[in-house]
Write a protein that binds this ligand. Sequence first.
Ligand code: SAH
Ligand code: SF4
Ligand code: F3S
Length: 465
Amino acid sequence: MSTEIAAPSAAETAPVQTPVQKKVFLKTYGCQMNVYDSDRMSDALAKDGYISTDSVEDADLVLLNTCHIREKAAEKVYSELGRLRDMKKARAADGREMVIGVAGCVAQAEGAEIIRRSPAVDLVVGPQTYHRLPQFLERARAGERVIETEYAIEDKFEHLPMPDKARTRARGVTAFLTVQEGCDKFCTFCVVPYTRGSEVSRPVSQIEAEARRLVEAGVRELTLLGQNVNAWHGLGPDGTEWTLGHLLAHLSDIEGLARLRYTTSHPRDMDDALIAAHRDLPKLMPYLHLPVQSGSDRILKAMNRRHKAADYVALIARIRAVQPDLALSGDFIVGFPGETDEDFEDTLRLIETVGYAQSYSFKYSTRPGTPGADLTDQVPEDVKSERLERLQALLFSQQTAFQRACVGREIDLLIEKPGRLPGQVVGRSPWLQPVIVDAKTSQIGDIIRVRITAAGTNSLHAEVA
Ligand code: SAH
Ligand code: SF4
Ligand code: F3S
């Protein structure tokens, strides 16, 4: 801004009614898509005059972007709302307003229940209605308790504002971009098809425009997001039907964009074009998050995963054949109803066969409304805990082995942010590990060649090669 600041005249120093800038505190739970959504919502709110604040005490609007995937995640929201209720009361006593909104997957799944259980909540907004947030807020501020959970995914993407350039720049050199949302797979344990709706792919032109905007704002690495990102499909500019592999190839032509990733994939949707992309696209990082959940065919069937353990193992072999440097990450659930010791041993065997660099593992959590909730042969909690411990010990040893195997290697590092100590910066390896190296913060956004010198549990140390 180039506004001149002149000495105030007498008239200007008299008290005037200036509109106070409204502040929003946004708290994000759950997966990367919620992170993306929170950024889109805060961009939309910025257009509406809200500035972001890190302090809930300061906020005129508190927005919780919630996750419903496991019981613990959903319950967190209600305890947070309890704390906010007290804060709102104290505020009201001072004559100040505080609007409380719940967004995300709990909002979608339990909108009416939130309104009933938490009287302090003014607004419940489902993931497909974010483009109308400013209107909803207006109604909430006028005293209405708003619940909005309908609409189609397509509407949202047509009407949400593009990422704001200055705000994108402030967020750093990596960014998420939702290309696909919703899920038609209906795994029997999972709430996502109910909270995010049915599978929708955004059109190529929309995705490309957003990707270019992000790159213009300094983004070097893009992670394409979808609940089933590799189910993405759309009409290519060449008039043929594209799948994710084609889209990745198309985006990798964007000048200035250095790296591409995608998550989360389903084994059933790893098609030839996507496998070829891992062979052909230097910008596509050799990292794949491909959840399998269980290594037992019986349990996979009961989960409605629609593939066998051997299919998964064969698929990994095909991908590794074209990209031997691939680091694999996975999700696992222990204690799905009916899981026997033998089923669990099958999962351990699959993990030993495949070898994971990274992983996420969970005890099965019964989710209301899913087919799994109706199954009677639930596994006792202590058995789940014991299995999870064994599973995590195995996965941890694989992760440690992967970390150690990196020592001595020379790799490309994308520098992302300043390190904890002066003179240090932190970047990401191609396999998503944080890497600490001595370099200048002016190099943030650069890709440099480094040699790995030491490995910790999650991060690596390196020197400039
Ligand atoms: N779309 C992804 C997963 C999204 S949910 C996929 O198909 O793999 C992220 C992870 O949460 C899942 O992979 C699963 O491991 C876990 N999860 C989902 N529902 C769960 C439940 N009811 N109990 C425990 N873990 C669950
Ligand atoms: Fe959930 Fe299965 Fe869909 Fe993944 S594929 S989001 S686990 S229903
Ligand atoms: Fe949670 Fe919804 Fe993501 S349930 S994992 S925030 S899609």
